[in-house]
Ligand binder design. Structure first.
Ligand code: GLU
Length: 391
């Protein structure tokens, strides 16, 4: 793959930062920034400068939501837990202790600027179940309308390993989508996306702009992995896919320096992902952003072409069914190369899908004993999630 194919032209670079122009902004702050590595305490000097930046955004009339990590890192020190990997129940306990400190730190630094802080702890189901998603959205909307600054984290104290986000990158993107933000900033300990891991490959090329997330870009996710916190580059690309489909800009930016948002606005080096030209409808955004699809449908090239031209997925085009899912569950659709190209809600369970794959819709009744939908995934329940490979 040639680098020129993936590095955007500088024409795209806006003169005014998308952060400055946004109406609604989500800022994700990683643990490695918020918590001092040596002392395990809140990095207060730095946080004060971030609060100044946030207050400036608010004074311009911009809505700001924070997705803040750091609960586990702060709590483990307080509880005297040894360095190294924590057991699930230890991280739950650490989060319970650390979250109070985290919320308190945000309250102190933002109240200083006359801003009211609201704590929101989300569990996986709050964004992945449609009814709860709508409920969480209305709470956030109300807080923003009342002028508060929501500070969001995963509710790590009750989250178990099977049902948790585990990283705040994707949580932040789901939040950005939920409240129709137009800019998401991931303040991180890496300055952006590279063609490969720059710590191992001296030839790694920095990518300042990503107009479209192609399969090539997704393959680069192995590069520039963050060393602290749980979000490597893969979760950042996953977050970007959710954000751009929702019409939201996303930046991956180094957050270590003082006043990280002011720096971003002044144009420091970072990677910008641009929203897709035609954001999907709100329902389709939610489908596309599903964090844990329960199965996969592999399809043939003819079906892939049909999907790209806006058609439904018929059983005839499905070559393989993997995973276990029920009717109505979100599934990933993979092309003949095995690359993800779409997501959708399956009209059949995995068992039934296995029976009817490769067959004509007219045979469904005979094969299953009931007359289901003609489509495996109806076009209204289907979203193309990946641009065609440039290769
Ligand atoms: N929710 C975790 C915490 O507050 C952090 C997750 C992450 O590092 O992305 O400690």
């Amino acid at each position: 793959m040639s680098v020129s194919a993936i590095v955007a032209t500088s024409d795209l670079k806006p003169r005014i930062s998308p952060l400055t122009q946004a109406r609604r902004v989500v800022i994700k702050v990683g643990s490695a920034l918020l918590v001092e590595g040596t002392t395990g305490r809140v990095n207060r000097t730095w946080l004060d400068t971030l609060a100044v930046d946030i207050a400036r955004l608010r004074s311009r009339g911009q809505d700001v939501l924070l997705v803040s990590s750091g609960a586990i890192a702060l709590g483990r020190r307080q509880l005297g837990l040894e360095p190294g990997r924590l057991k699930l129940e230890e991280s739950q306990a650490a989060a319970a202790v650390g979250q109070i400190r985290l919320a308190h730190a945000w309250k102190e630094v933002l109240e200083h600027h006359g801003l009211t802080v609201a704590q929101i702890l989300l569990t996986f189901g709050d964004t992945e179940e449609r009814r709860r998603y709508l409920n969480a959205r209305s709470t956030l909307d109300t807080l923003l309308r009342l002028g508060a600054v929501p500070v969001i984290n995963e509710n790590d104290t009750v989250a178990t390993s099977e049902i948790r986000y585990g990283d705040n990158d994707r949580l932040a993107a789901r939040v950005a989508q939920m409240i129709s933000a137009d800019c998401l900033v991931l303040l991180s300990d890496v300055d952006g996306l590279y063609t490969s891991d720059p710590s191992r490959d001296p030839g790694a090329v920095f990518i300042p702009e990503i107009p479209v997330i192609t399969p090539d870009i997704e393959r680069m996710a192995g590069g520039a992995a963050s060393t602290v916190g749980s979000g490597g580059m893969a979760t950042k690309i996953a977050a970007a896919k959710i954000a751009v489909a929702a019409g939201c800009h996303m930046a991956v930016s180094l957050g270590h320096e003082m006043h990280p948002l002011a720096r971003l606005e002044s144009g420091v080096r970072c990677s910008w992902f641009y929203p897709s030209a035609t954001p999907a409808t709100v329902r389709k955004q939610w489908i596309a952003g599903a964090l844990k699809p329960s199965g996969e449908l592999h399809i043939d090239p003819g079906a892939a072409q049909a999907l790209r031209s806006g058609k439904s997925l018929l059983p005839a085009g499905v070559t393989r069914v993997t995973g276990r899912f029920e009717r109505g569950d979100a599934v990933i659709v993979r092309d003949a190369q095995g690359d993800e190209m779409a997501r959708g809600l399956s009209a059949y369970s995995s068992q039934d899908a296995e029976q009817i794959r490769g067959r004509k819709s007219g045979d469904i009744e005979e094969l299953l004993g009931f007359r289901g939908r003609d489509e495996m995934i109806h076009r209204d329940d289907l979203v193309i999630t990946s641009a065609q490979s440039s290769a």
